[in-house]
Design a protein around this ligand. Structure first.
Ligand SMILES: Nc1ncnc2c1ncn2[C@@H]1O[C@H](COP(=O)(O)OP(=O)(O)OP(=O)(O)O)[C@@H](O)[C@H]1O
Ligand SMILES: O=C(O)[C@H](O)COP(=O)(O)O
Length: 415
């Protein structure tokens, strides 16, 4: 059993998870190369392979659900590549099923035998999966009603998606005996150990492109007074720069406008005015239409912002080196292009050199952790989570964990 604030969450040791037909939800949503459509990082796939192996050792048959990207985005792709990589890391064939709730998937699921593993197609192809609603409502969706009759238990290992109240994450626990998987268990226990609310200063380095989500996270961090300093990068920094009244130039304003981010400026401004400890870059690495790359002060930017500049790296690094806990999520720049990785890589280096605890989250951020470097697990936690990690650290109750608790209470009669 794991305890998250006042909630008991069942683990694989609390339910009968041997010789069963298991429906397993994982989060193998990974960064994708926009040009080739190939996965740029397989950290999450590698992590969840551990849970799949553990369930196989218990004599189960396993059907896996996961998502990749969001409809309309470049990284909204099939899970075929993921199945190949998962097979490699599990050490057994993970058959890719190009269906989710249709007759083909159902026939395959009916006939699955002990020791077999199937990965169903990207669950976000089912439109219901995009709608967030309470567990009771999600338990009545097509997805949950169609799949649950064929399984004995539901295992949720998707810590990285635990902040979403979507059917595949919160609907099944009301229909089936349910438990947290190994990665979910490991994440929650490690974070409870490493993230002591008393430790200070706590620094959050927040970048990347999920600006609306990150704004919500910063609102929660500020409201719950969890952070001493928030160092912004990526598009998140651009939003706060505009909210501060800095003119980022026509090209960057167009980028923000085309992504619908200008509507967030009033919320960002309110946070700044309320005294939230938000820092923005003093310089950027930019690219002009001619292809020329330059470092420009934040208040006189001409090119398109691609990374933070060297003075910002120096200032941010000095804060990082004095922190007791450093949490990093979302890159500082457009890391798909190696010319714009320096900001992110330098801040990661500073974090590793700092005496403080380091928590790294988000698919793009963890892809920048150098392969093969030695990680001291007592000092560094590399999370599979991005948004979920931050909301968990901000003290929010994650819907997927709440649903597992609800399942435990209703199926066992215990609290
Ligand atoms: N200045 C910028 N302008 C445009 N895009 C940016 C900028 N800086 C970073 N990005 C983009 O942000 C994306 C990654 O952001 P994202 O918020 O998804 O981070 P993440 O670490 O993958 O978190 P998660 O796993 O939770 O999605 C990258 O594709 C990167 O190109
Ligand atoms: O990468 C993530 O944070 C998770 O996979 C959740 O993805 P989402 O933000 O598209 O729901």
């Amino acid at each position: 059993m794991i305890k998250v604030s006042d909630l008991n969450i069942p683990t694989l040791d609390d339910v009968n998870a041997s010789d069963k037909k298991v429906l397993l939800r994982i989060d193998i949503n990974s960064p994708v190369d926009k040009k080739t459509g190939k996965l740029l990082d397989d950290s999450r796939i590698k992590a969840h392979a551990y849970t799949v192996r553990n369930l196989l050792e218990r004599g189960n048959s396993i059907v896996i659900l996961s998502h990749q990207g969001r409809p309309g985005d470049d990284d909204f792709i099939s899970l075929q590549q993921h199945a190949e990589l998962l097979s490699k890391y599990v050490g057994t064939n993970v058959e890719f099923i190009e269906d989710i709730i249709g007759p083909y998937a159902i026939e395959k699921i009916k006939k699955i035998s002990r020791g077999e593993v199937y990965l169903l197609e990207n669950v976000r192809l089912v439109s219901e999966e995009l709608i967030e609603a309470p567990p009771v409502q999600q338990s009545k969706t097509f997805l949950v009603k169609k799949l649950s009759p064929y399984f004995d238990i539901y295992v949720n290992d998707a810590f990285a998606a635990a902040h979403r109240s979507q059917p595949s994450l919160v609907g099944f626990p009301l229909m089936l005996p349910s438990a947290a998987g190994k990665i979910m268990e490991k994440e929650v226990s490690a974070l409870a150990k490493i993230f002591n609310p008393e430790d200070s200063p706590k620094i959050f380095v927040l970048g990347g492109g999920k600006v609306s989500d990150t704004l919500k996270i910063i609102e929660h961090l500020a409201k719950n007074r969890v952070s001493d300093r928030i160092l912004t990068g990526g598009l998140v920094a651009e939003l706060f720069a505009v909210a501060k009244g800095i003119n980022l130039g026509k090209a960057n304003m167009q980028v923000l406008e085309s992504k619908g981010l200008l509507s967030l400026v009033p919320r960002a401004r309110k946070l700044l005015l309320s005294g939230a400890p938000i820092e923005i870059p003093v310089d950027f690495l930019t690219e002009k239409q001619s292809g020329e790359i330059a470092e420009e002060p934040a208040n006189s930017v001409n090119g398109v912002i691609k990374d933070i500049g060297t003075t910002t790296i120096e200032i941010y690094s000095s804060f990082i080196k004095e922190a007791k806990v450093i949490t990093l999520r979302g890159p500082m720049g457009i890391i798909e292009d190696e010319r714009f990785r320096n900001g992110t890589k330098s801040l990661l280096k500073s974090a590793f050199e700092s005496p403080g605890y380091v928590i790294i989250g988000g698919g793009h951020m963890i892809s920048m952790v150098e392969k093969g470097i030695e990680i001291n697990e007592n000092k560094v936690h590399i999370s599979t989570g991005g948004g979920a990690l931050l909301l968990f650290l901000a003290g929010d109750k994650l819907p997927a964990l709440e649903a597992l608790h609800l399942s435990w209470v209703s199926k066992s009669g215990k609290s």
